[in-house]
Design a protein. Structure first.
Length: 366
């Protein structure tokens, strides 16, 4: 890989076209939940939100990542209350059943995330020219590490007839590498051997195991082997997302996004290993790194650990990137987050602007 420039994109990049930030997603998910008219769930969420606001000393919006992260501790307390309950877990309205109810609500909200992202992307597609303002400056040997589920960047490049690929060996692609670090709304996970049931999709990842015969007897469950990853074409994506409940009954599949909270079980997303290791290889070779709309929040500890590991190795070789550029309205406040990963002595440029206000020619030429 000959990548010299790496672009790291967060929600602030897609925000310029109208996609919601993590704080805005909370309201979107709650609004979606209100459609079910589950008063018990809404009552729990209201009290839960009050407690978060209290410990944050704020009445502002709460990040959806924080909601899912702290909710795990709430369910844990309910499970502990079961120790004090005079009956077993399943005997009526017990604390244990209350904890399972919260977990079920969170599962529904996480599933609703796919509908919300898809709905917001359809609206944001009308503002694709804002994404093109930056993507038109990408070169064929650039690499993009994005934590966004939407496909606005990919669509903007296709509109400009610029070749791109997701970095999987099976693609045999040339052009700009786009590593979707947390998955993508146009990825589909299905059982091994099921790909022929999905017309027009392309296979991104299927693990080959030299010790296993295809279709042979299986003794253990290995998600990375038992499932495969497909890419859904744009023209069919809406059908897969909007009708997935009906289609699940005939053929199993899930939309390939990693979920919410500080711990995202990426290992259950087939091919995520190939994405991450190729992304870290790009980081190892990057001379310039541009971070756009990505805050490196406390919910990105996996990024801190592994990206920091790459920079630690490069520091030992005295081979750090020549510069790291932060593009964000709050770049000054965020720079310490990034120095903790890229190193205290890294040459860092601050661009205190929104992505849509950035003069990309000037930024990339200095």
């Amino acid at each position: 890989m000959s990548t010299k420039r790496v672009f790291i994109l967060g929600a602030g990049f897609s925000k310029q076209a109208g996609m919601p930030l993590a704080t805005e997603l909370t309201g979107c998910l709650l609004k979606k939940s209100e459609e079910y008219n589950d008063q018990e769930m809404l009552g729990w969420f209201d009290y839960f939100k009050q407690r978060i606001s209290w410990i944050q000393s704020t009445t502002g919006e709460i990040s959806v990542e924080q909601v899912f992260d702290l909710a795990k501790f709430d369910t844990e307390l309910w499970k502990m209350k079961q120790h004090l309950c005079p009956v077993g877990r399943q005997y009526g309205d017990t604390p244990w059943n209350a904890s399972e109810g919260i977990e079920a609500w969170l599962d529904h909200m996480q599933d609703d995330l796919r509908d919300i992202i898809w709905g917001e992307q359809k609206k944001a597609q009308k503002n694709l020219e804002l994404i093109c303002r930056s993507s038109k400056h990408l070169n064929s040997d650039d690499a993009v590490l994005t934590f966004n589920y939407d496909t606005l960047l990919e669509n903007s490049l296709s509109q400009q007839k610029k070749p791109w690929h997701y970095g999987f060996k099976r693609e045999k692609g040339t052009g700009i590498s786009i590593f979707k670090m947390h998955g993508s709304i146009n990825w589909l996970v299905t059982q091994r051997g099921n790909s022929q049931n999905f017309q027009d999709t392309s296979l991104l990842f299927r693990k080959e195991d030299k010790n296993k015969q295809e279709g042979g007897e299986r003794y253990e469950e290995e998600v990375e082997y038992d499932f495969e990853l497909l890419r859904v074409p744009d023209e069919r994506l809406g059908s897969f997302i909007e009708n997935r409940d009906l289609q699940r009954q005939a053929t199993f599949y899930e939309i390939g996004v990693a979920g919410l909270g500080s711990y995202k079980p990426l290992h259950v997303l087939p091919g995520s290993g190939e994405v991450w290791f190729n992304a870290m290889k790009a980081l190892q070779e990057a001379e310039e790194i541009y971070v756009v709309g990505f805050s490196l929040s406390p919910f990105d500890n996996m990024v801190r650990l592994h990206f920091g590991g790459v920079m630690c190795e490069r520091n030992e070789k005295k081979d750090l990137p020549t510069k790291v550029t932060l593009v964000d309205p709050y770049a000054h406040q965020l720079q310490e987050n990034f120095r903790s990963v890229f190193g205290p002595d890294i040459s860092m440029k601050i661009c205190k602007q929104k992505a849509e206000e950035t003069e990309w020619v000037q930024l990339l030429s200095h």
